[in-house]
Design a protein around this ligand. Structure first.
Ligand code: ZN
Length: 455
């Protein structure tokens, strides 16, 4: 090191009052909105799914929000004259609000040694792994996700890191650990007693008062939403089936406590009795809803609760015994395989029944069961189940935002909403599979993907 350089280093470290060009303590995070106006030229724009799209539109974005939508492709914006203006050319794209998935598990991917992961990997490792899956999900067009179950604190760190612009990812609403009864679907199981005692089971509770405590502690830890395992689940190895696990009284206490703390509450539920108990308790939504029948659908209609069906994972792991045994889940332990083989076409038939009866459906995939980044296949499942392409798009935009209580922030592109939008190569209203070809992604006014025009 030269004398001059050594001197500069000494000066830089010692005299903090001098504005040193070499030491920039105020360097902003990598992912932040453009300082001026962004004028997005859309070939076709669907600002509010459910309403008609329009050709040759400009979306004007500033400080992460949509401020106006104008007819034609405008090049200038008469606002703050000092602010720079940039044009994003999506003149050959179909532009619409970013997609929303209400059911993911961002920290891990199923199909591997899931059980070993929990005792071998640190929380920090899960945060790093989750940041990769978050980026894949964002690049698939999902600008908001709801994470419905993750151990430890990593999911909250990932949520906050994305929010603060440290890592790319969708906006995350996180449940933390699911609220579950002892021995239930969400409880830790399958290890020798000493290991179980060492692993914290923060969401586990028994009895109404204990369950109120568990909900309150999850909110204290940072939960944006409360996830509850009302029934058994397919992938747990407890040989307890998929029937109701929490009592009606426990579910009532959980829903009331969540609502008193201003949180939506959603139930993982397969068995009809468990779905109906959660609906009666006043849950805002039901995940999976696997064995819901006509009577269950009537109760959905009566309570106004949302259904989040998660159809695609069953297609991904195999919807026939042959496909399932040959697929990534082919080597599961017998009690799990038995439950998985019962599913078959049931999710597809169930969502078709729900839609035909007018039950409100919001999109969710349970990604982690299906691969992260393949979330948009869920739109295609809903069209196959009888929805029009427009109805399917609504389920993963305006309806998902409403179901999870963030319709004032995102879900459509009206002025004042977050600038969360995607550019597709083709029109999904003509062919829904266009949702799989995402060429442009903006979240909160930040461009994360632009295939034709790398930035
Ligand atoms: Zn799940």
């Amino acid at each position: 090191m030269s004398r001059t350089l050594r001197l500069l280093f000494a000066v830089g470290f010692l005299s903090l009052a001098v504005p040193a060009s070499a030491a920039d303590y105020n360097r902003p995070p990598d992912y932040r909105p453009f300082s001026g106006y962004t004028l997005i030229h859309a070939g076709t724009l669907l600002p509010v799914p459910g309403e008609a799209p329009a050709d040759r539109q400009t979306v004007i974005v500033r400080e992460g929000h949509v401020i106006a939508i104008e007819d034609g492709w405008i090049e200038q914006w008469s606002g703050d004259a000092e602010a720079p203006v940039r044009v994003v050319d999506l003149s050959d794209k179909f532009v619409m609000p970013g997609f929303i998935d209400l059911h993911v598990h961002l920290l891990s991917q199923s199909g591997g040694d899931r059980k070993g992961e929990f005792v071998e990997r640190s929380d920090s490792y899960f945060a790093l792994q989750g940041s990769q899956f978050a980026r894949w999900t964002l690049e698939a067009g999902f600008t908001t996700v709801r994470d419905l179950g993750a151990r430890g604190q990593a999911i909250f760190a990932l949520r906050d890191g994305v929010r603060d612009g440290l890592v790319p990812g969708p906006r995350i609403l996180a449940a933390g650990q699911a609220i579950t009864p002892s021995g239930g679907h969400g409880d830790i199981h399958g290890y020798r007693t000493e290991i179980l005692q060492a692993l914290p089971a923060l969401g586990t509770c028994d009895g109404s008062d204990d369950c109120r405590r568990a909900v309150r502690q999850m909110v204290k830890r940072g939960a944006d939403v409360i996830k509850v395992t009302a029934t058994g689940g397919v992938l747990s190895e407890t040989a307890t089936g998929t029937g109701q696990q929490f009592t009606q009284e426990e579910l009532n206490a959980i829903a009331e406590t969540a609502h008193l703390l201003g949180r939506k509450v959603t139930a993982h539920a397969h068995a009809k009795e468990g779905i109906e108990a959660a609906l009666r308790a006043g849950f805002d939504s039901i995940e999976h809803s696997m064995w819901a029948d006509e009577g269950t659908m009537e109760l959905f209609l009566e309570t106004g609760a949302w259904m989040v069906p998660t159809v695609y994972p069953i297609t991904a792991v195999g919807d026939t015994p042959e496909k399932m045994k040959a697929g990534p889940f082919g080597n599961l332990p017998p009690p799990v395989m038995e439950k998985l083989l019962q599913l078959g076409r049931q999710p597809k038939d169930m969502v078709a029944l729900a839609h035909s009866m007018g039950v409100k459906v919001a999109l969710g995939t349970d990604s982690a069961v299906s691969p992260h980044g393949e979330n948009a296949n869920e739109f295609i499942e809903y069209v196959n189940a009888g929805m029009t392409p427009m109805q399917a798009l609504m389920s993963g935009t305006v309806h998902a935002a409403e179901a999870t209580g963030i319709a004032d922030q995102t879900g459509d592109l009206q002025p004042g909403k977050a600038a969360d939008l995607v550019g597709l190569a083709a029109n999904p209203l003509e062919d829904i599979s266009a949702v799989l070809d995402v060429r442009f992604v903006m979240r909160d006014g930040i461009v994360f993907k632009h295939l034709e025009n790398q930035e």
